[in-house]
Design a protein around this ligand. Structure first.
Ligand code: AMP
Length: 226
């Protein structure tokens, strides 16, 4: 099963992506993770990518596209792959489509978590970390997991923010790329939707409403994958 997974920062894409990986037992290929691995190992790729990533810009297509096309040709991808974080713009979408056609590889499913930009931003900026346990969910903008006053709703512990969650400029920069329907990620999603509409529903398009909680979105996802 070959799958693309889209969703803005703050939509819970990472959590839902893990569910898909588990269900199909396919490698979860996250572009950002590959870059960060290469940076920490000090590889040539990492050195090339670092400046762009630090500035919150996309790494140039000339680096990213061959890296991903090479990755999905590796042995562990024989039974399928789940691409997350790629394609991030229209050029990458077109390059992926062309490469898959050349290699006779089908794209089966495109999953999109749909979430309003302001809600996505609030989700990131409202996140609070419990000093006792990172897994205690607290978010000042989500009713279901609102902290108890200024304390953790699970254990009453102190709450902290993560500094990158509070960097509004960086969040806006990422969302500018994602929500751009001319050349950005939304344009890439629309490219595959048009492809699907013109090819009898292949790839299958799965849209998920990202507004409900993690469990509800996961149930919707698993229902639509069944
Ligand atoms: P992520 O972990 O997906 O947020 O990615 C972290 C950073 O890696 C991004 O801000 C970009 O600088 C870079 N990156 C990730 N995916 C791509 C992509 N498909 N094209 C270009 N740059 C990317």
């Amino acid at each position: 099963m070959n799958i693309l997974f889209f969703g803005p920062n703050g939509s819970g894409k990472g959590t839902q992506g893990a569910i898909v990986k588990e269900k199909f037992n396919i490698p979860h290929i996250e572009t950002g993770v590959i870059f960060r691995d290469n940076i920490s190992k000090g590889t040539t790729l990492g050195k090339e990518a670092k400046g762009y990533i630090d500035r919150g810009e996309l790494v140039p297509d000339s680096i990213t596209i061959p890296m991903i096309l090479d990755r999905i040709k590796q042995k562990d991808c024989k039974e399928g792959w789940l691409l997350d974080g790629f394609p991030r713009n229209l050029t990458q979408a077109e390059a992926l489509d062309k490469a898959l056609k050349q290699e006779n590889i089908n794209l089966d499913i495109v999953i999109e978590i749909v979430l309003d930009r302001q809600i996505a931003k609030n989700r990131i900026m409202g996140r609070r970390l419990c000093v006792n346990d990172n897994n205690h969910p607290n978010n000042i903008y989500i009713d279901a997991i609102k902290p108890n006053g200024d304390k953790c709703r699970v254990c009453g512990g102190e709450l902290k923010t993560r500094s990158d969650d509070q960097d509004e400029g960086a969040i806006d920069k990422r969302h500018n790329i994602y929500y751009d329907d001319k050349t950005g990620t939304v344009a890439a999603i629309n490219f595959f939707k048009n492809l699907s509409a013109g090819s009898g529903g292949v790839p299958k398009i799965i849209e998920l409403d990202g507004k409900p909680g993690v469990k509800e979105v996961a149930a919707d996802l698993l229902g639509k994958l069944a």
